[in-house]
Design a protein around this ligand. Structure first.
Ligand code: FES
Length: 127
């Protein structure tokens, strides 16, 4: 039974977020801020053979941002770099069975963080 405006999945990922933490020696780190509210997300990724092998996050933000971060880390694990880069915030929100319209912006950080972490990875591994 979902309480209030949030789906059960959002509540689950907010109360029991997956993959919280940092990765020592991460291949890419992305840090983004949400201009709408000032919240922040940092994403650590480990890449092996062109795929995301591990992902962890630290999010200083609202419940929807934490649930989006948690879901994002689950979604990108095992994906190729290109597949991970193609994930949109709306796909993250959809995987959470939706977010209230006023909280959609909270999922934008998840999309931006993965792009930022992959940019960092590609910069470190260029040439
Ligand atoms: S209110 Fe800031 S990310 Fe949700």
């Amino acid at each position: 039974m979902a309480a209030g405006p949030y789906s059960e999945k959002v509540m689950d990922h907010f109360m029991n977020p997956r993959n919280v933490g940092e990765i020592d020696g991460a291949d890419g780190v992305g840090e983004v801020g949400n201009p709408a509210c000032g919240d922040m997300m940092r994403l650590y990724i480990k890449i092996e053979e062109g795929r995301v092998r591990d992902a962890k996050f630290r999010t200083f933000g609202c419940g929807a941002a934490i649930a989006s971060s948690s879901m994002l880390t689950e979604m990108i694990k095992g994906k190729t770099v290109d597949e991970a880069r193609a994930i949109t915030n709306l796909q993250v929100a959809e995987a959470l069975d939706g977010l209230p319209a006023v909280k959609i912006h909270c999922s934008v950080m998840a999309e931006q963080a993965v792009k930022s972490a992959l940019d960092d990875y590609e910069k470190k591994h260029a040439g």
